[in-house]
Design a protein around this ligand. Structure first.
Ligand code: URA
Length: 245
C-alpha cells in the first residue's frame, strides 16, 4: 500500500464528510472507493494526482484548489473568457485566481444562474448530453401562448438542428413561461419560443440541476457549499437521475 499522500479519512474530513473518526468508519464500511477499488483503512491518496475517489458510488472532487462559484449573470455580460469586441465577460466578475471557466453558456442577453469552476471533470460531466442535467428558465414572451403552443413546446419543436426533446413547460403568468430542458443547444429556449410564435423578451435561468438561489442578485456570485458540490456530483454520477419526469 502506498505510504505517500494524505490519509483518505483526512481528505474526506476536509471535504465535509464528518470527523476523521466518522470518515474512518465510512472507509471501514467499504463505502469509499479509489479508482473503483474499495479502499482499506490506512489508504493514502495523492490529492494532486488523477485518482477518482467516490463515496457510495458518487465521485468527490479531492483536489484542494478546486473552486465552484454560482454567479447570477446580468444581461449584457458575455460568457466567453475573451471578447474581441471588449464587452464585459463573466470571468471579470469572479476572482481572477484560480482561473475558472463557465459550465456551459448563457447568451449575452440571458440572465441568471451560471456555474463557474476550475473542476474540468465535473464541468465536462455537467455539460455532457448523456447526463441530461436539468436547466430551468423563466421566459417572458411576446403575446400569450395558447395551451396548444405550450403543448407543442412540451412535446418537442422541430428546429433547424433537429427536434427538441420533451420539456416541462407551464405558464406562470399569461406571458411568462417556466421551461425546463435537459439539452444545452445554442439559443434553444429562444428558438423554441420563436418557433411557436412567441419570441422571448426576457430570459432568466433559475435552476441548474439542484442549484437554485432566488436571493442572489444579478452581478453577485457566491461559493457553492460542500453539500451543493456533492449534490451535483451525485446528479452526474447517475445518468438517469435528473431527467424531466
Ligand atoms: N436558451 C437560450 O435561448 N439562451 C440561453 O442563454 C440559454 C438557453
Amino acid at each position: 500500500m502506498s505510504d505517500e499522500g494524505e490519509r483518505l479519512q483526512k481528505v474526506l474530513a476536509r471535504l465535509g464528510f464528518g470527523s476523521r473518526r466518522i470518515c474512518e468508519e465510512l472507509i471501514a464500511d467499504g463505502r469509499v472507493t479509489v479508482d473503483g477499488v474499495v479502499a482499506e483503512l490506512g489508504r493514502r491518496v495523492d490529492v494532486d494526482a488523477d485518482v477518482v475517489v467516490a463515496v457510495d458510488g458518487a465521485p468527490v472532487g479531492i483536489k484542494p484548489d478546486l473552486v465552484y462559484y454560482l454567479l447570477n449573470k446580468p444581461a449584457g455580460v458575455i460568457t466567453t473568457a475573451n471578447d474581441p469586441q471588449k464587452r464585459s465577460t463573466v470571468v471579470e466578475i469572479v476572482p481572477r485566481e484560480p482561473r475558472v471557466f463557465s459550465v456551459g453558456r448563457l447568451d449575452g442577453d440571458t440572465e441568471g444562474l451560471l456555474l463557474m469552476t476550475n473542476d474540468g471533470q465535473l464541468a465536462h460531466r455537467l455539460t455532457h448530453p448523456s447526463f441530461g442535467v436539468e436547466k430551468e428558465y423563466l421566459a417572458e414572451v411576446a403575446g400569450q401562448p395558447s395551451r396548444g403552443a405550450i403543448r407543442q413546446l412540451r412535446d418537442g419543436i422541430e428546429l433547424e438542428d433537429g427536434p427538441t426533446a420533451r420539456a416541462r413547460v407551464s405558464a406562470v403568468q399569461p406571458s411568462m413561461l417556466r421551461i425546463t430542458i435537459h439539452e444545452g443547444r445554442n439559443r434553444q429556449v429562444r428558438r423554441m419560443c420563436e418557433a411557436v410564435g412567441h419570441p422571448v423578451k426576457r430570459l432568466v435561468r433559475t435552476r441548474i440541476g439542484s442549484l437554485v438561489d432566488p436571493k442572489l442578485k444579478p452581478g453577485e456570485w457566491r461559493d457553492l457549499s460542500r453539500e451543493e458540490v456533492r449534490a451535483l456530483e451525485v446528479v452526474v454520477g447517475d445518468e438517469k437521475s435528473d431527467r424531466p419526469k
